[in-house]
Design a protein around this ligand. Structure first.
Ligand code: SF4
Length: 362
């Protein structure tokens, strides 16, 4: 593809009208973006980022594992799969009270969104009343709520929406072409169906993938094509770097080159200009300079103050310090569930207190 044609396809994404976000990306266009000289790619990504977001703000959430391990699925990267011989300590579904205690503490420490993850293939009927109570409790605290519980049917999605769930996370993980190398116990279409149920019920979608799974460059492009060409692009797009866990089939896979990861963030930003691109799992292995390049490439969301499900997350004090060095503030959240413009501002940069952050798991 010529530079001029590429420029014009990029420019088509820069209109702020949601109706003009593109949903017809081709693999060739996306591969051409990945192939841009690094500085050109970063410039394009940062330019688009500034048209849609405050470039010096990052959204932060707290993530809590509400049910850990013993998952029947066979995701080859995951420490929580019962099929992988990891040393992960299994935990049953947490009590609602415990979850709400954690959420309350997270709120007191400045968190605006509370994400709850359970290692399930899908929630069972007996689990639903418990998770619905968790959502209602978290909402009553004035926090945004997010859950990741595996596959959902239409009815379950509606129940979650009715309870007030704001976001549902369900990742596509990788490209359709590479998918069978990674998971065999659910299909790509199963994932798309769950996203469709979440959307139809009226919730916001959080969906992304993992890179460094031994996939080809074309697979990373293909994953982004899938995400960007959804009927409505996800509001939140986590881009995870594989965290290699001893005992999983991917424990010894080759490392992904750092620049390939940063390019992935930049291309996601260009293709999904209105989405929050989340620098997610794998961040603990990244030094400050690499994280900074990811923010420059358009990443504008992270988890802090908790274990990222079961993977290690950087110490929160390090996050505070890095944000301070970069002049980054945490994003102002507008609660549009009421007519009042309730602005909940967290102030990472201004707060000097070490105890601003909270480990929601321990
Ligand atoms: S990624 Fe999710 S579905 Fe797959 S094994 Fe882990 S917990 Fe289960």
């Amino acid at each position: 593809m010529s530079q001029a044609a590429l420029s014009s396809s990029i420019n088509a994404t820069t209109n702020k009208d949601p109706a003009d976000v593109r949903h017809n990306w081709t693999l060739a266009e996306v591969e051409a973006l990945f192939a841009l000289p690094f500085n050109d790619l970063m410039f394009e990504a940062q330019t688009i980022h500034r048209q849609h977001f405050n470039a010096n703000e990052v959204q932060v959430s707290t993530l809590l594992s509400i049910k850990t391990g013993a998952c029947p699925e066979d995701c080859k990267y995951c420490s929580q799969s019962a099929r992988n011989k990891t040393n992960l300590e299994k935990e049953r579904l947490m009590e609602v009270e415990k979850v709400l205690e954690a959420a309350e503490k997270a709120k007191a420490m400045g968190s605006t969104r509370f994400c709850m993850g359970a290692a399930w293939r899908n929630p069972k009927a007996r689990d639903m009343p418990v998770v619905l109570d968790m959502i209602k409790g978290v909402k009553a605290l004035g926090l945004e709520s997010c859950m990741t519980l595996g596959m959902l049917d239409e009815d379950q999605a509606q129940q979650l929406q009715d309870a007030g769930l704001d976001y549902y996370n369900h990742n596509l993980d990788t490209s359709p072409e590479h998918y069978n190398q990674i998971i065999t116990t659910r299909t790509y279409q199963d994932r798309l169906d769950t996203l469709d149920h979440v959307r139809s019920a009226g919730m916001k979608v959080c969906s992304g993938g993992i890179v460094g799974l031994g996939e080809k460059a074309a697979d990373r492009a293909s994953l982004l094509v899938q995400l960007a060409n959804l009927p409505k692009q996800p509001e939140s797009v986590p881009i995870n770097m594989l965290v290699k866990v001893e005992g999983t089939p991917l424990a010894n896979v080759d490392d992904l080159e750092s620049f390939d990861f940063i390019r992935c963030i930049a291309v996601a930003r260009i293709m999904m200009p209105q989405s929050h691109v989340r620098l997610s799992a794998g961040r603990s292995a990244m030094n400050e300079q690499m994280q900074s390049l990811c923010f420059l490439a358009g990443a504008n969301s992270i988890f802090y103050g908790c274990k990222l499900l079961t993977a290690e997350n950087p110490e929160t004090d390090q996050d505070t310090l890095l944000f301070k060095k970069l002049g980054i503030n945490t994003e102002t959240v507008v609660d549009d569930s009421s007519n009042q413009d309730k602005r909940i501002k967290t102030s990472l940069v201004n707060a000097q207190h070490k105890d601003l952050f909270y480990d929601a798991v321990n």
